[in-house]
Design a protein around this ligand. Structure first.
Ligand code: SF4
Length: 493
C-alpha cells in the first residue's frame, strides 16, 4: 500500500491498463454483448468505459468516466444501434486522466469512420504524433491511441484496409492489442511480440474479440484461439466467420508474464494457458525452490490464493505438516483509494483492507503467499499485523521474481525509486519488511510454468532489460525500430 499526495492513500499493486472487446453479430444489436463483456473485463480498467457501434449508416457512441455499471444506463445501451461494435475499459497508461483520453477513440475522415480501442503502450508515439501534426493532423488528446487512429486514417486514404493496417504496424513500436471498427467492419490486431493478450470467440450468432477469454464465457461463447502476435483478424460483417492476415512475423514473442501472475482473471485462458492453473503451478514451484515448513500457509487475498493452494499442496505432497488456511479476511468495500488524513493513519491503511483470523495465527508459525511486492509498504504492514495477532514467525513467499524496474508497456508498476527491490537484495528487503524469511520465484520457474523460453517472454520489470527499444533503457533482443518519416508513408506494401 502506498500513500498518494495529500490525504488519499492508494492500494499498492501494479495497475492494468485497459481491456478491449469487439463484436460482429448476424442479426441483433452488439451493444448489450459489448456491455456484458466490458463487465467481465472491469478488472483491467476502472477509470472510464465506452462502446461504439455502427448500424451500417453511422456510428453511435457512448463513453463515460467511471465503472461500467455507472457509465451506462438502459437508455444509453438502447441508443447504441448496430450489429457491430467495439468497447473499452481504461486505466490511463499514456495521456491524461480525463474524458479526452477515454476510449474507444473515434475519427471521421474522407473514406469513412474509424473507432479504436487500445490495450498497451507505444514507445514511439511522440515521434509519430510530431510527424502527423506536421502534416496537418489536429490532435485532441495526449494519448497514444489517437496517434494510432490518425496514422491508420491517413493510411486508409491511400490503401485498402489490410494494407493500411500493415503500414501502421510497420510504423508503431511497442505494445498493442487493438480492436478497431472501420465503418461496420470489426478488426483485431495484436502487436508482433504479442505483449498484451487478445483472443477470438465464437457466439451462436457471431464472433467476438476480447482481451481475455472470460469475456467470451460471459457471452456463452466458445474460445476459438488467441490472436497471434503480428496478426490482423477481420470479423465478417454478417457474423459468419473471420479472415486472418499474418502481417508481421517476429522470431521471438514478448508475452507479458505478469498477465498470468497478476493482471488477468484466473478463469481466463491466455496463450493456451488457464491462468488459474499457471498460478497454482507457480505456487508448486515456489515450494520446490524455497519451501519452509510452517504450521500454516495462507494467501494474501485475493491475489495470492491460487499460488498458496499450489504451494500448500506441493508441501503436503512432500510430507510437510502444514495447514492451508484463509487467515486473512478482506474488506471488499475498500476501493483503490481512500481518504486518510494523517501519515500515521496512512501507514496503518492495511487495517482497512485486511484483518487476520486470530485463531489461525496466534501462536503459529505462518507462511504468507502473495504474487508480488511492489513498494513493500503493504508487506511490511502485513507482517507487523500478523505478529500483533500473535504469529510466532512470519515467512513470506512471492510467486514471481522481484520487480526491479518499471514497465513501459502499459502497466503502472511505480518508478525505480519507489520499487523496494530496485537496488536491494532479498535479505535487505526481508529486513525492511521485518519478515523471518523472504523468497521470490526464479525467472526460470516462471518460464517453465508457461512452457516458454525466457526469450519469448517480456521480463523487463524483473531484469531491467526490455523487448522494445526504449530511450534510456537496455534491450534484451535485436530490435528493428520503425523508421518514421514521410518516405515511410509511401513504403511498399
Ligand atoms: S515489463 Fe513486466 S509488466 Fe511490463 S509488459 Fe513486461 S513483463 Fe509485463
Amino acid at each position: 500500500m502506498t500513500q498518494g499526495p495529500g490525504e488519499v492513500a492508494q492500494m499498492e499493486g501494479p495497475t492494468e491498463k485497459c481491456g478491449v472487446v469487439g463484436v460482429s453479430l448476424a442479426d441483433r444489436d452488439a451493444a448489450r454483448p459489448l456491455y456484458y463483456s466490458l463487465y467481465a473485463l472491469q478488472h483491467r480498467g476502472q477509470e472510464s468505459a465506452g462502446i461504439v457501434t455502427h448500424d451500417g449508416f453511422q456510428q453511435h457512441d457512448h463513453v463515460a468516466m467511471g465503472l461500467v455499471g455507472d457509465a451506462f444506463d438502459e437508455a444509453d445501451i438502447d441508443a447504441l444501434n448496430g450489429e457491430s461494435g467495439i468497447g473499452h475499459v481504461r486505466y490511463p497508461t499514456a495521456g491524461s486522466v480525463d474524458k479526452s483520453c477515454a476510449q474507444p477513440f473515434t475519427v471521421s475522415f474522407k473514406s469513412g469512420s474509424l473507432a479504436l480501442s487500445h490495450n498497451g503502450n507505444l514507445v514511439n508515439a511522440d515521434e509519430i504524433r510530431d510527424e502527423l501534426a506536421g502534416l496537418g493532423h489536429a490532435f485532441t488528446s495526449d494519448g497514444d491511441t489517437e496517434v494510432i487512429a490518425h496514422d491508420l486514417a491517413r493510411n486508409l486514404l491511400e490503401a485498402d484496409l489490410v494494407r493500411a493496417v500493415k503500414r501502421t504496424m510497420s510504423r508503431i513500436h511497442g505494445s498493442y492489442s487493438l480492436t478497431i471498427m472501420h465503418d461496420e467492419t470489426v478488426l483485431g490486431v495484436r502487436d508482433p511480440e504479442g505483449n498484451r493478450p487478445l483472443c477470438i470467440g465464437k457466439l451462436e450468432d457471431g464472433y467476438v474479440l476480447a482481451s481475455e477469454s472470460a469475456a467470451i464465457d460471459t457471452l456463452d461463447g466458445e474460445l476459438v484461439r488467441d490472436v497471434k502476435p503480428g496478426e490482423l483478424v477481420v470479423l465478417h460483417e454478417d457474423g459468419t466467420g473471420f479472415d486472418s492476415y499474418q502481417l508481421v512475423n517476429q522470431e521471438n514473442t514478448a508475452h507479458c508474464f505478469f498477465e498470468h501472475v497478476y493482471f488477468a482473471r484466473p478463469d481466463s485462458v491466455i496463450d493456451d494457458h488457464l491462468v488459474y492453473e499457471v498460478r497454482r503451478e507457480l505456487g508448486r514451484k515456489l515450494w520446490e525452490e524455497s519451501g519452509i515448513e510452517t504450521d500454516v500457509v495462507m494467501p494474501v487475498p485475493d491475489s495470492g490464493r491460487a499460488f498458496a493452494s499450489g504451494y500448500a499442496e506441493a508441501a503436503q505432497d512432500d510430507g510437510a505438516e502444514t495447514d492451508f488456511a484463509e487467515g486473512l479476511m478482506k474488506n471488499r468495500y475498500v476501493g483503490r483509494t481512500f481518504i486518510m488524513p494523517t501519515q500515521d493513519e496512512r501507514e496503518r491503511a492495511v487495517r482497512l483492507k485486511l484483518n487476520p483470523i486470530k485463531s489461525t495465527v496466534e501462536g503459529k508459525t505462518v507462511t504468507i503467499i502473495d504474487d508480488s511486492i511492489v513498494r513493500g509498504t503493504t508487506s511490511n504492514q502485513l507482517v507487523s499485523l500478523l505478529k500483533d495477532f500473535g504469529a510466532e514467525e512470519v515467512h513470506m513467499r512471492i510467486g514471481a521474481p522481484a520487480i526491479v524496474a518499471p514497465c513501459y508497456m502499459g502497466i503502472d508498476m511505480a518508478t525505480r525509486e519507489e520499487l523496494i527491490a530496485s537496488g536491494q537484495s532479498t535479505d535487505d528487503i526481508c529486513a525492511e519488511i521485518d519478515a523471518d524469511s523472504l523468497a521470490y520465484l526464479s525467472i526460470d520457474a516462471v518460464a517453465s510454468a508457461l512452457d516458454s523460453s525466457r526469450s519469448d517472454l517480456c521480463l523487463g520489470c524483473v531484469t531491467g532489460e526490455y523487448p522494445y527499444d526504449i530511450e534510456g533503457e537496455t534491450t534484451d533482443r535485436d530490435v528493428e525500430r520503425p523508421v518514421i518519416g514521410g518516405a515511410d508513408l509511401a513504403a511498399d506494401d
